[in-house]
Write a protein that binds this ligand. Structure first.
Ligand code: 4NP
Length: 164
């Protein structure tokens, strides 16, 4: 079966998109579809390339059962649009930055991550970097809900592929 590939993108790839990767990976594992997926994250900026996620996000994620320690930051590149089926931008600035490099030939479905959480009346996952601890927990709340929506969509795509 052809794998489905999913890329989460924020600004620095040290707070929001790594936790989205960790949460989505765990939910996919629980749903027994992890073997059929490629999951990754990246930043629109190169500032933190090669670094681990922010210690505050590692700690907040650990409290909720997600291990982010093996992740390392990288910058989003044009080739990601050929490689990934879904590219999820954490906020509108990230979306615009991605649209700036999006090639006309790209296959990726590029959209805001929170479009998969229709009950949440926010478009953007807020940047927690300059805020307090509760901001990191709020990010995880939003990411968990949007991950459920995205997982349902990806499971539907996998089952369509199975039938077709
Ligand atoms: P992220 O958060 O985009 O969720 O990884 C940020 C990380 C670093 C910076 C800003 C936001 N920064 O300004 O270095």
């Amino acid at each position: 079966m052809k794998k489905k590939s999913i890329l989460f993108v924020c600004l620095g790839n040290i707070c929001r998109s790594p936790v989205a990767e960790g949460v989505f990976r765990k939910k996919a594992e629980q749903a027994k579809v992890l073997d059929f997926l490629e999951i990754d994250s990246a930043g629109t900026a190169a500032w933190h390339v090669g670094k681990s996620p922010d210690n505050r996000m590692i700690a907040a994620a650990k409290e909720r059962g997600y291990d982010l320690t093996s992740l390392r930051a990288r910058q989003a590149v044009v080739e990601d649009f050929e490689k990934f089926d879904h590219i999820l931008a954490m906020d509108t600035d990230n979306l615009y930055s991605l649209q700036d490099i999006e090639p006309t030939t790209g296959k990726a479905n590029l959209r805001l991550f929170l479009t998969y959480a229709p009950n949440i009346k926010l478009t953007d996952v807020p940047d927690p970097y300059y805020g307090k601890k509760d901001g990191f927990n709020h990010v995880i709340d939003l990411v968990e809900e949007a991950s459920d929506g995205l997982l349902a969509k990806v499971q539907e795509e996998l089952s369509e592929q199975n039938v077709g």
